[in-house]
Design a binder for this molecule. Structure first.
Ligand code: FMN
Length: 392
C-alpha cells in the first residue's frame, strides 16, 4: 500500500521512526509529513532515510513545481495514518483547520485516515479531547486507541501511543481483501487431551497457534470459520464459531458433524492413541511399574479423505525427520488435496514458536516453500495458495 504517515509533536514521535521502518519492511511505500512541533522531538532525516522519500514539513515549501503537495500527496496515498496524534492536531482536524502541511493534507484526503492518539491521561480524558474523538469517529476516522502504561509525564495511565507493530497489524487487517467471502472453512487446531483418570491425561506439545492463526486469517478475509479445538489459552478470533472439545474422539465427532464446508484444514495435533481404559477414580500409586494400554484413535484426516465430496482438504504433517517423504505419503494415504509440512524438530519454528516455515505438497505435484515468518503470515500464504490452486 501507499501510506502517508503524519507525525505530530509528542514524545511518542520517536516511535513513528520504528513504525516507518516496519511499514517499509512489510512492503509498503511510505511518505512522511511532520508538523513543526514534531521536529522538536525528532528530525526528518531518519524518516527520509527509512522511507527513501522526501519528508514534508512546510506547506509553503513546494518540492515539485508541477504539483501542489498537500493535494497530490493525498491523491498518491491509499491510506493515511497519524501517529502520534497530539491533542492539538486532533482538535484542528475536528474543526477543519488547515494551517499546516499535515492538516491541509487531511482536509484534502478522501480515503481512510487512521489516528493513533498519544498524550497525558488528563489531556486524553478532557471533555474537549473526547468530544473531538467522538466527532471524528462519526465522520469515519478510525482510532487506534492508546494503551495504558508509563507516560513521559510520570503517570502510569491510558495515553501511551499504541505500539508500532499493533498499529501495523490494525492497518493490515483493516485493509485486507475479503477474498474468502461466502466460503465455509472448518479448521482444527491444537492438541487433544486423552483422559487417564480424573487427574491425569495424555497430550502433546502443540500450542494451537498455527490453527488459530489460520482461523483469524480466514475470518479476516471474509470466510465463515468454524474452529474445533481444546482450550489452548488463546483468544478465539472474533467472528469465529468455536467448538470446544477435549479428546480425539470429540474432535472426530465435531468434524464429522460439520463436514459441509468448502475448505477443511486439519491443523490439530490429534493423539494417535488414547488410554484403552479411563479410570473413574484417581489411580493410586503402587509398588512397581504401571503399564497403560493404549488403543488407536479415529483417523480424522483419513475419514475426511474417504467421505469428502467437493471439500478442499488441507492436512498438516508435523515431522522431525524425512519431512518430504512422510508428507507425500500422507497426501496419498489420506486422499488430501494438499499437505502442509513443517519440521517441528527445528526449535526456532514449529509447536510453541510464533514463527513457522512450511512446505505445501499439492496433489498435482506442485510444491511451494513458504519461508520462516509469523504464523499469521504463513496462514495468509497457505490460504492464498489454497484459493489459487483449489478454487480457480
Ligand atoms: C516535552 C513535551 C511533550 C509533549 N507531548 C505531547 C503528547 O504526548 N501529546 C500531546 O498531545 N501533546 C504533547 N505536547 C504538546 C504539543 O507538543 C503541543 O500541543 C504542540 O503544539 C502540538 O503541535 P502539533 O499538533 O502541530 O504537532 C508535548 C509538549 C512537550 C513540551
Amino acid at each position: 500500500m501507499k501510506i502517508l504517515l503524519g507525525v505530530t509533536g509528542g514524545i511518542a514521535a520517536y516511535k513513528a521512526i520504528d513504525l516507518t521502518s516496519k511499514l517499509v519492511q512489510n512492503g509498503h511505500e511510505v511518505r512522511v509529513i511532520m508538523t513543526e512541533s514534531a521536529e522538536q522531538f525528532v528530525t526528518p532525516l531518519p524518516f527520509q532515510a527509512l522511507s527513501r522519500n522526501p519528508v514534508y514539513t512546510d506547506i509553503f515549501h513546494e518540492q515539485n513545481p508541477a504539483e501542489i503537495q498537500h493535494i497530490s500527496l493525498g491523491d498518491w496515498a491509499d491510506i493515511m495514518i497519524i501517529a502520534p496524534l497530539t491533542a492539538s492536531t486532533l482538535g484542528k482536524i475536528a474543526h477543519g483547520i488547515s494551517d499546516n502541511m499535515l492538516c491541509a493534507t487531511v482536509l484534502a484526503f478522501k480515503k481512510q485516515i487512521y489516528l493513533a492518539p498519544a498524550m497525558n491521561s488528563n489531556m486524553y480524558e478532557n471533555i474537549a479531547v473526547q468530544t473531538n474523538i467522538d466527532t471524528l469517529k462519526k465522520r469515519g476516522f478510525k482510532f487506534i486507541e492508546p494503551g495504558e502504561g508509563f507516560l513521559a509525564c510520570g503517570y502510569v495511565a491510558k495515553g501511551r501511543m499504541s505500539e508500532p507493530l499493533d498499529i501495523m497489524q490494525y492497518i493490515t487487517e483493516d485493509n485486507i481483501e475479503k477474498d474468502l467471502t461466502g466460503m465455509n472453512v472448518l479448521i482444527t487446531a491444537g492438541p487433544t487431551i486423552e483422559t487417564i483418570d480424573p487427574v491425569r491425561y495424555l497430550t502433546n506439545r502443540s500450542s494451537g497457534k498455527m490453527g488459530y492463526s489460520l482461523a483469524q486469517a480466514a475470518s479476516l478475509r471474509g470466510a465463515n470459520v468454524t474452529l474445533v479445538s481444546t482450550d489452548v489459552g488463546l483468544q478465539v478470533p472474533s467472528g469465529v464459531r468455536h467448538i470446544k472439545i477435549e479428546s480425539a474422539q470429540d474432535m472426530f465427532n465435531a468434524v464429522k458433524d460439520n463436514m459441509e464446508q468448502h475448505i477443511i484444514i486439519k491443523a490439530a495435533a490429534v493423539a494417535d492413541y488414547t488410554p484403552s481404559e479411563t479410570y473413574e477414580q484417581k489411580l493410586k500409586k503402587q509398588d512397581g511399574d504401571l503399564t497403560l494400554t493404549l488403543k488407536r484413535t479415529e483417523d480424522i484426516l483419513k475419514y475426511i479423505g474417504e467421505h469428502k465430496t467437493s471439500q478442499f482438504v488441507v492436512g498438516f504433517a508435523a515431522e522431525t525427520e524425512h519431512v518430504e517423504k512422510y508428507a507425500r505419503g500422507k497426501l496419498i494415504k489420506k486422499n488430501a488435496d494438499v499437505i502442509v509440512a513443517n519440521n517441528v524438530g527445528d526449535k526456532s519454528i514449529g509447536f510453541k514458536s510464533n514463527d513457522n516455515a512450511v512446505t505445501m505438497y499439492f496433489k498435482n505435484g506442485t510444491q511451494i516453500d513458504i519461508p520462516k515468518q509469523s504464523k499469521l503470515n504463513i496462514a495468509h500464504e497457505i490460504l492464498s495458495h489454497v484459493k489459487e490452486k483449489g478454487f480457480k
